[in-house]
Design a protein around this ligand. Structure first.
Ligand SMILES: [Zn+2]
Length: 203
C-alpha cells in the first residue's frame, strides 16, 4: 500500500517499469503529469498508443519505421553497395545522427549469446545474406559494439558472409582511443585494439 491515492500509485508503478527510471524519478514524472493540463496527458497517452500501432520493422533493413520500406531504404541518393550492420535501432540512429555514413543499414536486433540461448536464427542474419545478391552489395561494415558478444557476432558474420561471397569486402569499425582521449587513462584492451587497428597516415 503506497502513500498516494491508488491511481497515482498505479501511474508511478507504470513509469518505474521503464528502463532507467527508478521509483523516485517515476514519482516525479507521475506528479508532473498530474500537475499538467489534461491536453498534455491526452497527447502523451495518444503518442504511446500511436507508437504501438504505427511503428513496425522495415522489411529490408529491419530498422524501426512507420513506412515500409523505411525512408533510408527508399532514399535513392544513398549508396546501395555498402551495408552497415548494427545491433539495434538505437545504434543505427547514433550513426545516422552523426551524418557520416551514406550507405544502407541492416539491424540485427541483438547479438549472438549462446548462454542466453540466442543463436543466428534469432537475429536478422538470414535476411542479411538474402540482401547480398539482391542489392549487389560490395561491402559490409560490421558495426556491432566492441563487447565480447559484439565481437563474436562480428566474427561469425565475417565468416558466413565470406563463405557466401568470396569477393565481398568485409570491414569492422575501428576500435581504440576515442577523440579527445588520453592514452595514459586507457585500459589495456583499448590500447591493444588501438595498436592493432593502426593505419598508415602518409599515403
Ligand atoms: Zn529500411
Amino acid at each position: 500500500m503506497g502513500i498516494y491515492p491508488r491511481s497515482i500509485e498505479n501511474l508511478i508503478r507504470q513509469f518505474s517499469r521503464l528502463p532507467g527510471i527508478g521509483q523516485k524519478s517515476a514519482t516525479r514524472v507521475a506528479l508532473h503529469v498530474l500537475r499538467s493540463n489534461r491536453e498534455m496527458a491526452e497527447s502523451l497517452a495518444k503518442s504511446l498508443i500511436e507508437v504501438k500501432d504505427n511503428i513496425r520493422l522495415c522489411s529490408t533493413c529491419f530498422n524501426l519505421t512507420d513506412d515500409d520500406p523505411c525512408a533510408i531504404c527508399r532514399d535513392e541518393n544513398r549508396s546501395n553497395g555498402t551495408v552497415c550492420v548494427v545491433e539495434g535501432p538505437e545504434d543505427q540512429l547514433a550513426i545516422e545522427e552523426a551524418a557520416v555514413f551514406k550507405g544502407r543499414y541492416h539491424v540485427l536486433h541483438g547479438v549472438l549469446s549462446p548462454l542466453n540461448g540466442i543463436g543466428p536464427e534469432d537475429l536478422k542474419v538470414g535476411e542479411l545474406l538474402g540482401r547480398l545478391e539482391k542489392e549487389g552489395v560490395r561491402e559490409i561494415i560490421l558495426a556491432t559494439n566492441p563487447t565480447t558478444q559484439g565481437d563474436a557476432t562480428a566474427s561469425f558474420l565475417a565468416k558466413i558472409l565470406s563463405e557466401r561471397d568470396g569477393s565481398l569486402k568485409i570491414t569492422r569499425i575501428a576500435l581504440g582511443v576515442p577523440m579527445g582521449g588520453d592514452l595514459k587513462y586507457m585500459d589495456r584492451m583499448t590500447l591493444e585494439h588501438a595498436l592493432t587497428s593502426r593505419r598508415p597516415i602518409n599515403q
